[in-house]
Ligand binder design. Structure first.
Ligand SMILES: NC(=O)c1ccc[n+]([C@@H]2O[C@H](COP(=O)([O-])OP(=O)(O)OC[C@H]3O[C@@H](n4cnc5c(N)ncnc54)[C@H](O)[C@@H]3O)[C@@H](O)[C@H]2O)c1
Length: 345
């Protein structure tokens, strides 16, 4: 039987759009049927660089006909819902960048409902789910390497050198929502537990966030076994870059350092440092580094289309992570800890 070929349309030829296309354009079974960006010159350049069949500034004509099977939505969060609606109406499968939508809870609920009821498949791009190092750390935690997980500390601050891009992202939501959805999902995925409450503090450390908005935040979350999760994210021209991921239990801890942040031997890959507190032993593991495994992620969607795999994350998981992030944003504004409901729908 002839192997199926999927026509892919990329909407949004920016930072993450390029991460997607550069990992998939040459793969067997993939045709880049089109690339679209508001900026004609960017779309034209992408078409030439990645061999797209067509390019344009308006995605709608690309949804007509059968050339496109899968749409990758890599635009700003406030356009995800309207583009999703058009794609589903045209019978296309969708890989949509996180966060599902910009700040409004009603939009997120509509996205979740539409995607869940669609005849085609929708995967939200939580790329850490497809990262081999994160998968390995999760396996270690689930196998009891650190005993009972008591604390997760996850920090990701960016010193901003390209204010236009970060300013535009923060017009939709602060970094602890935009990026926070990844790590709220990681907290649930690693621990297998539910987040029961969320609190937080927001700050405006630079000048790029909307007036009265936040460019930095610390979310504090409680799991249903009493464990704590701390997540910090900031994007500003004044803050220093920092990336820290620690998972601490009653019998040990794991610290994860990405290859790009290693001071030595970065060519070995990501570094997993494991401390076994019972035997007072340290172990270091090099994990081959593909930070954004866009091909693995697209293969997950293809598996869903072909009925072979479930979404990773499921729509439910992605929706829950986003709603908890929105609650965290509210907690920052209201200056109080908020309970997380068992169900959001
Ligand atoms: N998964 C990740 O690790 C990750 C990392 C960065 C960004 N993102 C997400 O990806 C999305 C885009 O972020 P980015 O950093 O790539 O932004 P970006 O500014 O680099 O790129 C966005 C591009 O989309 C284009 N665009 C926007 N709306 C459009 C529309 N309706 N039609 C055609 N073109 C349109 C813009 O012209 C721009 O070129 C955001 O939702 C962001 O949260 C995810």
């Amino acid at each position: 039987m002839e192997k199926r070929s999927y026509g892919v349309l990329l909407i949004g030829c920016g930072h993450i759009g390029e991460s997607h296309i550069e990992e998939i354009y040459y793969r067997e079974g993939i045709r880049i049927a089109g690339v679209v960006d508001f900026h004609a010159e960017t779309a034209r350049l992408f078409a030439r660089k990645y061999g797209a069949e067509r390019w344009g500034t308006d995605y709608r004509p690309f949804l007509e006909g059968d050339a496109v099977d899968i749409v990758i939505i890599a635009t700003y969060a406030d356009s995800h819902l309207p583009i999703l609606k058009d794609c589903l109406a045209a019978g296309k499968h969708v890989l949509c960048e996180k966060p599902m939508t910009a700040g409004r809870e009603e939009d997120a609920a509509e996205f979740y409902r539409l995607a869940g009821n669609a005849k085609t498949r929708v995967l939200i791009a939580h790329v850490l789910r497809h990262n081999a190092t994160y998968q390995r750390v999760r396996e270690m935690i689930r196998a009891g390497a650190v005993g009972e997980l008591r604390l997760m500390r996850m920090v990701q601050n960016h010193h901003v050198m390209n204010p236009g891009r970060y300013g535009r992202l923060m017009a939709d939501c602060p970094p602890f929502v935009d990026c926070g959805v990844h790590y709220i999902d990681v907290a649930r995925w690693f621990s297998g537990r539910e987040i029961v409450s969320v609190g937080g503090f927001g700050s405006r450390t630079g000048s790029l966030a909307p007036e009265g908005g936040y460019d930095h935040g610390i979310l504090t979350m409680r799991l249903d076994n009493g464990a704590s999760v701390l997540y910090e994210a900031g994007w500003s021209e004044t803050i220093a870059a920092e990336n820290r991921k620690e998972f601490i239990g009653d019998r040990g801890r794991i610290r994860l350092t990405l290859a790009c942040d290693r001071h030595a031997d970065r060519e070995e890959g990501d570094l997993i440092e494991y401390y076994d507190a019972v035997n007072r032993e340290y172990r270091t593991i090099n994990s081959p580094s593909v930070y954004k495994n866009m091909w693995g992620q697209l293969q997950c969607l293809i598996g869903m289309i072909e009925g072979k795999t479930e979404g990773s994350p499921t729509l439910e998981d992605a929706y829950r992570a986003f709603r908890i992030a929105l609650l965290g944003w509210r907690a920052c504004r209201e200056g109080r800890e908020l309970p997380v409901p068992e169900k959001f729908v």
